[in-house]
Write a new protein. Structure first.
Length: 368
């Protein structure tokens, strides 16, 4: 009789896994956000001005709540006599609190949040001081330059020969500050036609790129020349601003309140002196000429096609809640042109802010 082969008896077959077991097998372990060790986190507190001893003591207070000062000193490996001073600093920062001889660490999220808010307020105050300091530099420089002028007894005046030198000197002045505020008063049609029109491409690039914030005053008769009119039209579309007057007293150019180009003789055409001129780099004279230009500007008229009707249209669209970008898209112009028209409208409404301009525009019926 052949012996029967039998499989080894391993007990009854295992029951198939139930739904909970399958879920337990298939469910991935929850992933926790990566974080450094508590020692690494404590090291980050060095940026807040905490010393190594203070960081060790704070970490010990976090791990050992309710321990006494002596126990924390032992845990942080610090001499007991040094711990009191370190705890004073931590308590002043709001990181720990001492109660009945025991030290309790505040919740790090709350304590460090308060500390961050305090440091942010200090940083904001410092930025304010730095901004005030920066804005005062101009006045201090003026005082310094005035002193040097008084000492030398000379006025910094440069004689320029020809239109090329005048253009070069203006470019040099504007390169010192970008963007530069350039205010040009040009009654002379020859100067427009012979000095600016040939430099149309370069001038348009300066305005369109924002390197120049251009304001110019010209006489009405300048529009009789097609090339001049076309140049003004293009510059307006690029963001330049213009005013027209029947008669201007003389030509001059002011750059950033720092320098001014002047004719050899007031009221004379620049072409009459073969484009020779003076460049005066003195703020007090530049500001005086700028005040004259501002007075002429207030009395000037808008050029055709960019006048008060366009300013009103921009104000109406802004009053409807449109952004500058949306207004520019609606009108088919650049954002710089929109902002230029807003500035013109504010000047015409004698308003310092857009809110004031909106209120005054509504009062005058512009928004209907």
């Amino acid at each position: 009789m052949d012996a029967e082969r039998t499989a080894p008896d391993d007990g009854p077959p295992a029951a198939p896994p139930g739904p909970r077991q399958r879920a337990a097998r298939s469910a991935p372990e929850p992933r926790r956000p990566p974080r450094g060790t508590s020692e690494e986190s404590a090291e980050a507190l060095a940026a807040w001005g905490l010393s190594a001893a203070q960081r060790r003591l704070y970490l010990a207070a976090l791990r050992l709540p309710g321990f006494s000062v002596a126990e924390l000193a032992e845990a942080a490996a610090l001499p007991v006599e040094r711990v009191g001073e370190q705890l004073d600093a931590l308590e002043e920062l709001g990181l720990v609190e001492r109660r009945d001889g025991e030290v309790a660490a505040q919740h790090p999220g709350t304590a460090l949040g308060r500390l961050a808010a305090r440091r942010l307020a200090q940083a904001t105050e410092l930025v304010g001081h730095l901004t005030a300091l920066q804005s005062s530099v101009g006045g201090l420089v003026d005082a310094y330059e005035t002193g040097r002028l008084f000492e030398s007894g000379r006025l910094p005046v440069e004689l320029l020969h020809g239109g090329e030198e005048l253009w070069r000197a203006t470019m040099e002045c504007t390169r010192q500050r970008v963007p530069s505020d350039v205010v040009a008063v040009i009654p002379d049609q020859r100067m427009l036609g012979e000095l600016l029109v040939p430099r149309r491409e370069e001038l348009c690039e300066l305005v369109s790129s924002g390197a120049w914030r251009l304001r110019a005053l010209v006489e009405f008769r300048a529009l009789e020349h097609e090339t001049v009119r076309e140049l003004l039209d293009v510059l307006v579309k690029l963001g330049g601003r213009f005013r027209l007057l029947r008669e201007l007293p003389s030509w001059f150019v002011v750059v950033d309140r720092d320098a001014v180009g002047l004719p050899l003789a007031w009221g004379h055409s620049v072409a009459a002196h073969r484009y020779s001129s003076y460049l005066v780099r003195t703020r007090v004279i530049a500001e005086g000429m700028l005040a004259l230009a501002d007075d002429l500007w207030r009395r000037g008229a808008h050029p055709p096609g960019s006048g008060e009707d366009h300013d009103r249209e921009v104000m109406r669209l802004l009053a409807q809640g449109l952004s500058d970008d949306a207004v520019a898209r609606h009108l088919g112009v650049s954002v710089r042109t929109v902002r230029s028209r807003v500035a013109d409208a504010m000047a015409g409404l004698d308003a310092r802010t857009r809110l004031q301009a909106g209120v005054e525009a509504a009062r005058r019926g512009w928004l209907r």
